[in-house]
Design a protein around this ligand. Structure first.
Ligand code: GYE
Length: 341
């Protein structure tokens, strides 16, 4: 099993690497790409919106990869509303697109519309986030990231860092106090990142050293991240040792709140988040943040590849995770020039 996962991961890494490889064009290049019937493939794609730097990179990757692969992309932006996504999927079905791909804003509530797609014999690919369905045959493949692992990595990094830096709790007590900015309520990413973090914390030998003071949604946006951090600071100011933000954008918003409160982000409060966008690398270089756990948004090339295979009748893996790393502040300056998003 482990071997298969390793192989899958290696294959995914190669595809992603090819897709991000600057000069190389990922596909058969110019002209149109055909499914089995020889006509150009039309893909209906429902994106959730533009809440973060990560999301913008994800959208660009998908649009560019469709172009490179010669796939006609019908792109629909749901403005953060599941009902808009359901409407878009229904309109893709009515148009008779060849294949549907979508980023599920939340986990549940997709059974009916995906059953409609299946009845219309249109294959569906789930991108980025997970769905919870009564019947998993309602989608053919899922391409995304491992949110539980990301949450795990966040705690592991914190635990090592606090020990290495010999940090003492700001309130003079015996525990480090953590505040958490969560992502969109009901999204698989927010649920699993939190789960991964708490699991790793519960299993740690020094679990008793940590206390989660407060955890609240900042909706994956900079503005909400700032607002919620302001309220955390009002309620718990001198107690907060660590901020874990489910994404970089909320951490960047929180940094502003922390500075406004007269504290030093990255020093008084240790800051870690997930995504690995350029803005967070810059914040680390400026000494205002401490670590980002990468979540790879460059999923376009793998998506187009998978769509072509499905339409050519080839077998595809049901679940493929793209590759991701961990980047602490001390490697930020060296790494920033290589970052693609
Ligand atoms: O971390 C966040 C976003 O679904 C993995 O969504 C994605 C998350 C990403 O907007 O920035």
């Amino acid at each position: 099993m482990k071997k298969i996962i390793a192989l899958l991961l290696a294959a995914a890494m190669m595809i992603v690497a090819a897709g991000c490889g600057g000069g190389q064009s990922a596909s058969s290049g110019s002209g149109s790409s055909s499914g089995s019937g020889g006509k150009q493939i039309t893909m209906g794609f429902s994106q959730i919106g533009a809440e973060s730097e990560w999301r913008t990179a994800n959208t660009e990757s998908i649009k560019q990869a469709a172009k490179d692969a010669g796939i006609n992309l019908q792109f629909s932006d749901a403005q953060q509303k599941q009902e808009n996504q359901i409407k878009a999927i229904r309109s893709f079905i009515a148009q008779g697109v060849d294949i549907i791909a979508f980023v599920p804003i939340v986990e549940t509530g997709w059974d009916t519309v995906l059953k409609e797609a299946k009845d219309a014999k249109i294959p569906v690919i789930v991108v980025d986030r997970d769905v919870k369905l009564s019947d998993d045959s309602l989608y053919v493949a899922k391409i995304g990231t491992d949110s539980v692992k990301e949450g795990n990595n966040v705690f592991k990094w914190i635990d090592e860092y606090m020990a290495k830096e010999k940090k003492t709790p700001r309130d003079g007590g015996s525990q480090y106090n953590v505040v958490i900015l969560e992502g969109t309520v009901g999204s698989s990413v927010a649920i699993r990142r939190q789960e991964g973090f708490k699991d790793a914390m519960a299993k740690a030998a020094d679990a008793g050293k940590y206390n989660i003071l407060a955890s609240q949604t900042g909706e994956f946006t900079r503005q909400k991240g700032q607002e919620v951090m302001e309220s955390f600071l009002k309620s718990y100011g001198p107690k907060i040792d660590i901020l874990f933000a489910h994404n970089d954008d909320m951490a960047l918003g929180a940094i502003q709140a922390i500075e406004k409160a007269g504290l030093k982000p990255g020093k008084d409060i240790t800051i870690i988040s997930i995504d690995g966008v350029k803005g967070m690398f810059q914040a680390m270089i400026d000494g205002k943040a401490n670590c980002t756990v990468e979540c790879n948004p460059l999923q376009g090339p793998l998506l187009m590849e998978t769509a072509k295979k499905i339409l050519a009748g080839e077998k595809v893996e049901k679940l493929v995770y793209v590759d991701e790393g961990v980047f602490p502040a001390d490697v930020a300056a060296k790494t920033l020039p290589e970052r693609k998003y």
